[in-house]
Design a protein around this ligand. Sequence first.
Ligand SMILES: Cc1cc2nc3c(=O)[nH]c(=O)nc-3n(C[C@H](O)[C@H](O)[C@H](O)COP(=O)(O)OP(=O)(O)OC[C@H]3O[C@@H](n4cnc5c(N)ncnc54)[C@H](O)[C@@H]3O)c2cc1C
Length: 480
Amino acid sequence: MSQSVRRIVIVGGGISGLATAFALQEESQRLCFPIDCTILEGHHRFGGKVLTHHVDEFVIEGGPDSFLTSKPWALELCEKLGLSDQLINTKRENSQTFCFTKGQMRELPQGLLAFAPTRLSALVSGGLISPLGMLRMGWEWFVPRSTNVEHDESLASFFRRRLGAEAFDYFLEPLVAGIYAGDANELSLKSTFPRFYELEQQYGSLIKGMRTQHAHSMSRSATQKPQRTMFTTLRGGLGDLIQALVKQIESNGASLFTGRHVLEIAPNRATLPAGYTIVLDNQERVIADDVILATPAYVSAKLLEPLHPQVSSLLNQIPYCSTATISLAFPEHEVKKAIQGFGFVVPRIEGRSLIAATWTSLKWPNRAKPEHVLIRCYVGGKGREAILEESDAAMVTYVREQLREIVGISCEPLFTEVYRWDRAMPQYVCGHSKRLQEIRSVMNDLPGIHLTGAAFEGLGIPDCIRDGTRVGADVVRLYQ
Ligand SMILES: Cc1cc2nc3c(=O)[nH]c(=O)nc-3n(C[C@H](O)[C@H](O)[C@H](O)COP(=O)(O)OP(=O)(O)OC[C@H]3O[C@@H](n4cnc5c(N)ncnc54)[C@H](O)[C@@H]3O)c2cc1C
């Protein structure tokens, strides 16, 4: 007997929605389960936060510029899409990152937040941490592990407790802000960096745990071919991942639409208890057996409010913060001595709106011609959002002032580009995992509605791909 075709609609065509569609198709092919997949994207382009813009030979990333290689899901997807030969490593030369604090640029140890710290000696030689602060960090070995396993400790509390206030303020806080744009006093350790929690529990000390793991990975890598660098991206920018996904999903038979803003999801009375009618802003209606919301949590909250106020309220409790990136291109001869590294971060205690500045063209090959330098400044984030009230021109003026003051770049940029990211970064604050459990449990009341996206199980690109892949495959398996 032939199976009826299941109509599955994905709302949101960012990386999460596209990865979900790709997994749906893979699983439906594998299980010979017929689906009719549609993606409705409100914006005029796919990709969401992933946005690459080419200007002559410059490759400008408005949002994410790379992804972690220690989490395999983005690499695996690139491989399936035939993009592996397009992946590029960070440049090996000048790979230092700096911290601008107390009026000076000081080198940061690398790889700490990826659990493979190197050049810890830079902390001492660069003067980032005082001798007393170093002693306190060394004492970490003897700090007892937390015995309150139920406690959802904040990142700030955890790092201060284990490594001391100085280590937290001067190099951990700015690294965390660079990833989450958040306030480490509010972010949950277990939901953002569960590995640190596990290291403490397993080894009783982060330093001991990381050293042991580093030794293991060194002995493994001695017998393996050279690894990718900690972060990777695509030669033509991350937009190529979106394009390849869209092309593949379309050629697998899905219907993809941009400029289709979903206003409402209503139960389809003809197919109760499941089945929905999706209402678009052009009054079009789309019928679905399953709806997968790959939208920010506050959008999903609004769409689900009439169906289930409790789910909606829980989703609304996931806070977001806003940021902006400002890319500036300069002639190389004007800025060449400014910095020899990948860029710098600015600790919150410095009281600036600038979170970080990346020397994009020193960090990656293929981002600008050799006679040009491309720099990207990152501003805003939790507690530093006032700058985002300003006009684009005022933000450019602000970051130019910062670059002049901090690294002495005073020449006119060849051009600038500003990308605003309003309510873009979900904040995994303490209590996040409990909230997720509650959301999962009440979602059982909404058969046929599924949630994915950066708000839940990780906001990095690999995490979004992993979660979308899981949801896509699960939806098909549900009906097997
Ligand atoms: C500035 C910045 C830098 C970042 N840097 C990195 C990095 O270097 N590495 C990394 O791994 N991660 C990075 N991230 C995080 C990562 O980019 C995001 O978490 C991820 O791209 C989110 O993908 P998503 O598909 O879940 O959500 P989104 O990209 O937000 O996609 C959701 C989509 O839903 C659409 N939508 C919303 N409402 C509706 C509606 N009503 N109807 C139809 N469609 C709708 C939106 O238009 C959007 O396209 C960065 C994020 C930002 C903002």
